[in-house]
Ligand binder design. Structure first.
Ligand code: WT7
Length: 651
């Protein structure tokens, strides 16, 4: 990392004011920032009152042993009760909790809050029968079916700590995670539907649990009906859960009781088990879901397209929406099954009003063409959100126009598995939207951009994104490794949490994320962010997606190498030298000559992690003519063959 601030090359001046009607009726108004700043802990205490506590807390925050935080000290609550039962007790049992849409068309289930209560109670009773007790860990490896949130809530109810492992992960990845957490039970399914056909899960579990001494039983949901091997430790969900009583008395648990572990892979080393606890986590996911999406639980239909295997799904498909009594859509499959309009068809079918997705999906839809969403009635939408990566300004504007009809505010939400909940985001009824900016820390959150010495940068400056005060949904530690927790997150800058991301403040003091600092390029002594060059490329009308990396260069230290996917109709004309020259000139014009890529390769796909993030490390290997590093976390490893095959045409 060099002393110089990150680049501040991108000039983006478009502004979108909140729609007046939405602003007038918004859940959260501008004064809340001052209110929270005046008394941060008082603000969070008021947000915690959204929940029902069995025993009130004595202290909002105990920060006497930093960086180990305790929130709502002495308080007790049951997370499942808060997400389910209390809504039923309030007379809302008939409200739909989930409109579940299977991938095969017509395969749907509707779960009201009363249904959910019965299902969660039965599952909780089944877990107890299978020997699971408070404090035990349960690994969950399921497709996007209702039994997934039901299993999570059943664990929360009895005080077992869940560890959801994304269904796309390998046996190896599953085994490592089961062993690290010493899970006693694994909940899985025979399989799920993906891309129009059954995709098996159980064989992966069988392979993983061959070497996991802590696992006593495997609970299997029948989803696809495909044949699976039967082992002595296996029990069918329909055999053991269905016959249970649908009543279960929820006991309160301590506010700091471990709710779940979720593993982040990181780029190096063994996965980190990020630990979240009950009270603070539920407080912040509930508040942010209410504030950032302006959720009106009586009328809104909310859809987050993430997989529950990621933190986005934990916080904004399961815990946040349910704590708020929201009606959600949950979809099992891929966006292009059986056709590329499936998501828009779902929005039209359920009259979705709030939609939350990722830049990688938005850029894919840009590539597929504007005509596809244009065929569907998306007029029910009123707020649309983005998470997972910096959203390129052009992708933001496309999303706002083609999905949001230039009417819906776009909320670009910055957060991480570690933060548990949204930290930096516009408020849709308050904040002017700037394409590409996550804007401001939410009320009650202290985020800043600092230089190499940890000093706050002035407006217009760039540097490192840090969090300066603890927040309720923060990770409590890395499971079983307090030392690694301190070293990874709290050691770079004294007394601050370092998120690993580069960021800049614009002249108004609003925050723009610039990608992981590991990805920053150093070209002729200038720090240049991959995000800015990628956004410049995506702003060319013929480019749908771009990934940029720095390759060693004898003259400039590092040189910029870009990989681009052409957009829709431009695909045919996109080979040739002309096109590459046009793009290089375009970047030089947009950002300045220093940012002009040395090479641009036109490729059909980009390497992505299973959560949709571009793996620039692999592209650097290609750009530097090295053999490829670890490709096991790639969604589709054949992508790298496609890219390598393109190499001779590199410019
Ligand atoms: C990293 C965290 C948070 C749920 C999904 C990802 C990047 C996330 C944004 C955004 C720019 C973003 C950051 C962050 N990121 N949201 N709105 N703008 N970058 O969770 O897998 O833990 O990844 O995703 O680099 O550190 P995760």
């Amino acid at each position: 990392m060099s002393q110089e601030p990150l680049s501040n090359l991108l000039k983006e001046n478009r502004r979108f004011a909140p729609p007046p009607e939405l602003a007038a009726a918004a859940n959260v108004k501008a004064d809340v920032y001052d209110e929270a700043a005046a008394d941060r802990l008082g603000f969070w205490a008021r947000q915690a009152e959204r929940l029902t506590w069995a025993k009130p807390w004595e202290q909002v925050l105990d920060w006497s042993n930093p960086p180990f935080a305790k929130w709502f000290v002495g308080g007790e609550l049951n997370v499942a009760y808060n997400c389910v039962d209390r809504h039923v007790e309030a007379g809302l049992g008939d409200r739909v909790a989930y409109h579940w849409e299977g991938e095969p068309e017509g395969d749907t289930r509707t779960l009201t809050y009363a249904d959910l209560q019965r299902e969660v109670n039965k599952a909780a009773n089944a877990l107890l029968e299978l020997g699971v007790r408070k404090g035990d860990r349960v690994a969950i490896y399921l497709p996007m079916i209702p039994e997934l949130p039901i299993s999570m809530l059943a664990c929360a109810r009895i005080g077992a700590t869940h560890s959801v492992v994304f269904g796309g992960f390998s046996a190896d990845a599953l085994r490592t995670r089961i062993n690290d957490a010493q899970a006693k039970l694994v909940i899985t399914a025979d399989g799920g539907y993906r891309r129009g056909k059954p995709s098996a899960l159980k064989p992966t579990v069988d392979e993983a649990v061959a070497d996991t001494p802590s696992v006593e039983r495997v609970l299997v949901v029948r989803r696809t009906g495909e044949e699976t091997a039967q082992h002595e430790r296996d029990v069918w969900w329909h055999d053991v859960v269905d016959r249970q009583s649908d009543r279960h008395e929820a006991q309160p648990h301590d506010a700091e009781h471990p709710l779940y572990i979720l593993y982040t892979s990181g780029t190096t080393g063994k996965p980190k088990g990020i630990l979240h606890t009950a009270g603070g986590y539920l407080t912040q996911v509930a508040y942010t879901h209410h504030a950032v999406f302006d959720l009106k639980p009586e009328t809104d239909v909310y859809w987050c397209s993430a997989d529950i295997g990621w933190v986005t799904g934990h916080s904004y498909i399961v815990y946040g929406p349910l704590a708020n009594g929201a009606t959600s859509v949950m979809y099992e499959g891929t966006p292009d099954t059986p056709h590329r309009g499936r998501w828009w068809e779902i929005i039209a079918k359920y009259k979705v009003t709030i939609f939350y997705t990722a830049p990688t999906a938005i850029r894919t839809f840009m590539k597929w063409g504007d005509d596809i969403p244009a065929k569907y009635d998306l007029s029910s939408l009123r707020v649309i959100g983005s998470v997972g990566e910096p959203i390129n300004p052009e992708a933001y504007v496309w999303y706002r126009h083609h999905i949001g009809a230039d009417r819906c505010p776009v909320v670009d939400t910055w957060w991480q598995t570690e933060t548990g909940a949204i930290m930096i985001s516009p408020l849709p009824g308050v904040t002017e939207g700037k394409p590409g900016a996550a804007m401001r820390p939410l009320p009650g959150i202290s985020a800043d951009v600092v230089d190499d010495t940890g000093a706050s940068v002035p407006n217009g400056g760039g540097g490192f994104l840090v969090l300066k005060e603890p927040w309720p949904s923060m990770l409590r530690t890395i499971w079983g490794d307090d030392e690694r927790y301190v070293k990874t997150y709290w050691s770079r800058f004294e007394g601050m949490y370092f998120a690993g991301d580069g960021a800049k403040k614009d002249d108004d003091g609003d925050i723009w994320l610039l990608g992981r600092v590991d990805d920053v390029m150093l070209v002729s002594g200038h720090n240049i962010s991959t995000t800015e060059v990628e956004s410049a490329l995506v702003s060319h009308p013929k480019v749908a997606e771009a990934a940029v990396t720095g390759a060693t260069d004898p003259v400039t230290g590092q040189a910029i190498v870009a990989f681009v996917i052409p957009r829709g109709a431009a695909e045919d004309e996109a080979d040739g030298e002309e096109f590459v020259k046009e793009l290089r000139d375009h970047v030089a014009r947009t950002l300045g000559p220093i940012a002009k890529p040395r090479q641009i390769m036109v490729v059909p796909e980009l390497p992505k992690t299973r959560s949709g993030k571009i793996m620039r490390r692999l592209l650097r290997d290609v750009a530097e003519n090295r053999s490829l590093g670890d490709v096991t976390t790639l969604t589709d490893s054949s992508v790298m063959d496609l890219i390598s095959a393109k190499l001779p045409t590199a410019k």
